[in-house]
Each structure stands twice: as C-alpha cells, then as structure tokens.
Design a protein. Sequence first.
Length: 340
Amino acid sequence: MNNNKTILVTGAAGFIGYHLCKKLLDQGHKVIGLDNINGYYSVQLKLDRLKQLGINEVAEGELVSSQAYGDQFQFIKLDLENRNELPKLFQQFQFDVVCNLAAQAGVRYSIENPNVYVDANVVGFVNLLECMRHANVKKLVYASSSSVYGMNEKIPFETTDRVDYPISLYAATKKSNELMAYTYSHLYNIQTIGLRFFTVYGPWGRPDMAMFLFTDAILNNKPIKVFNEGKLSRDFTFIDDIVEGVQKTIFQEQPDNKPYSLYNIGNGNPVKLLDFIEAIENVTGKTTQKNMLPMQPGDVEKTWADTADLEKDYQYKPNTPIEVGVREFVEWYKKYYQQN
C-alpha cells in the first residue's frame, strides 16, 4: 500500500465516510474530511462520529484540526455545491485522490424532496469534478448505489446490465454521477472508479436503515414494519467489507489502468428480510411483533451483487456473515444508547 497520500474524503461525518477516515488515518495517510452535516438524520450521531476522529467543534467553512490526529486529519463543514469555497480547498491542498461519499441519502425521502437530491448529488458532484479538473487531481473514487439497477429482473446484478430504469430520484442522481464521471474521464483524463454499494450496515450506521430501525424496535419492545409482506431480500454488506473495498480501489492500480470503471461492492449473498429480522432477534434474545405492509414506492424486491469484476481486478470479495455483522451492530447500539 502506498504511503503518505493526501486524500479528500467527502461525507466524512457519514456512516461510510467516518469508517473510511478512521482506517486511512490509522494507516498514516493525511485526510481532509468534508461534510455539510445536514439534518436528514440525527446531527448528533454525525457529530459523535467526528468526535471519534478528534473533531470536537465544527464551524461553517472553517478547517479544524483533530485533537486525536493533529493536522493529519482536518475537517471542514461545507456544501459540495458551494462554488466559491470548494475550489479554495483544492488550492490549499494537493490531493492525490478524492473519495466522494457525500450525497443526500435515502430512497424514499427523494420522492418527497427531489430538489435536495439534485443540489447535493448532481450539482455538488459536477462542482467536485470541476475542482479536480482545475487542480489537476487525477483520481476519483465515488459512491454509486445498487439502487441504479431499479427494476432489473436479471440476477445477480452485473455492472454490464442496463441501468436505464431508476425507480427513485435518488437512483437517478446516482446514475447521473456515473455518466458525468465517464464524461470527465474521457475529456480530462481523470481516472474515475464508481462503487455501487449494496445495503451497508454495521456500527455507527444510519438511523433510517432497516438494521437500525429493527434493532431499536426489538430492544424497545415495539412492533416493526415489514414491507411487501416480508417478501424482500437484500444483499446486506458489512461496513468493514465496504471500507476494505474502497481502500483497494484508492490504493491499488488496476491491471489495465482503465480511465473509467464501475464495481459492485456487496456480499454476493442475498438475505431474506425475515431471516435478517430473525438474526437480530437471536442476538438480542427478544422476539417482536411484525406488522406486514405493502411494498413502498421506490423500493425493489431483491438486490444481489455480482462482484466478479472486483475479485478479478482487486482480488477482493466481501465475506462477513450476517450473524457476525448483526452481533457487532447490536453491541455498538446498546453501548451507544446505553441499553442493556
């Protein structure tokens, strides 16, 4: 692994961003973290993640050094779509790689609040690409999503499948990121690597995700909502596996150094929703009432990642079993929320 890279990580207060920053810092790399700390879900959870990285106070547009890592980790609260301030960051630091994990998250929320998604995921992404072009930064690793596969009926999902039928605006913005990345790779010789993440879960995870909602309900003896009458399955992927995959794409050279590429990062092993709930019940030692509900708008019935390309180019395949990942999440949840 290359030493002493300077890496910009956007979405650094987010679930995946926090874990990636921690791993990179522990390996000795210099990391500049950026996040707008929006209120889509608990701001306190985001601030608590940053505290784990030694960032105790956050001021808009101001670079703050970590109390744990010193200048090796600096954080700035900033919107990606800020065309005045973002270029200044690229003038101040010479980034070796940009890792874009910042996005307005959530499939269902995108149906209610489309403009927020266009601002963060489309305008922000173009602004980032423009900053890279003018600062001559030649490598971008960015988060796409399994949601781009939409109503794809062929399984497992392969990166060569057509993804022209997104069923949520969130998915459409992620697809647009892939198209814009391709254009900038072609025009400006920037290597772009898009990672389609499949249902990520684990400690410090998002409160709007199934893992969190189910655990919270089961531990607090509340009923849980089970959509599509439980006839759903997801390719649940543990956070450590995701971070390992992201790291590989940041540091390892591809065999043929393609200017533009896409990879699935998933466990390659879909789990039925009811089995997932059962795994949480087993770890918590509690059972719960399940309210069976119809399918929600923007949802898909099944996700399943074909990770053959990732294995071929980076010799890597996620493999954490669901039982192990669920146990780690529940232990973190109990500790964080001080529940027995």
